[in-house]
Design a protein around this ligand. Structure first.
Ligand code: SME
Length: 160
């Protein structure tokens, strides 16, 4: 297996995603175990983009349960409709939060988090998990992140 992921930080954000996504696709193509793949994807995103926290919550028995992640300790269970993750789950759409203090019901797992994006992973019209990315900077995420991360979520959904 290729141990290194190539990511040229001099490229624009869109170009960095374009460089990264095919490598992630290749990485998970050769491994069938979902946990192993989600763990590696968390690491690639966290260290590639230097995000504060990157992880997955999988929908199990009526709630979102913490899955593979990279970053500090996190909340383990989130009910549908609660927080940003539960809202993305319920609405089946990406939620961009430029300032977490302005999102009613935001679940603060770490006080350093200032902005976040949560992308649902959808399989057969059902949300099977969400990808949650947190930043220590306000307004960190935009439509470019949304577009490429939704693309990634589609790639990941093939593993369910
Ligand atoms: N921010 C999330 C909770 C999960 S932690 O940030 C890792 C939310 O409000 O759903």
């Amino acid at each position: 297996m290729e141990e290194n992921i190539l990511l040229d930080s001099s490229l624009s954000k869109a170009e960095q995603y374009q460089q990264l996504l095919p490598q992630i696709e290749a990485l998970i193509e050769i491994e069938e175990d979902r946990i192993a793949n989600l763990a590696n994807i968390s690491a690639v995103l966290k260290y590639g983009f230097n995000f504060f926290w990157v992880g997955f919550y999988e929908f199990k028995n009526d709630e979102l349960v913490l899955g593979p992640f990279q970053g500090p300790l996190a909340c383990t269970r989130i009910k549908p409709g609660k927080g940003v993750c539960g809202t993305a789950y319920q609405e089946q759409q990406t939620i961009l939060v430029p300032d977490v203090t302005k999102f009613e019901g935001h679940i603060s797992c770490n006080s350093a988090t200032q902005s976040e994006i949560v992308i649902p992973i959808i399989k057969n019209n059902k949300v099977v998990a969400v990808l949650d990315i947190d930043s220590e900077q306000l307004n960190h995420f935009d439509e470019v992140d949304q577009m490429y991360l939704e693309n990634l979520a589609q790639i990941i959904s093939t593993k369910w």
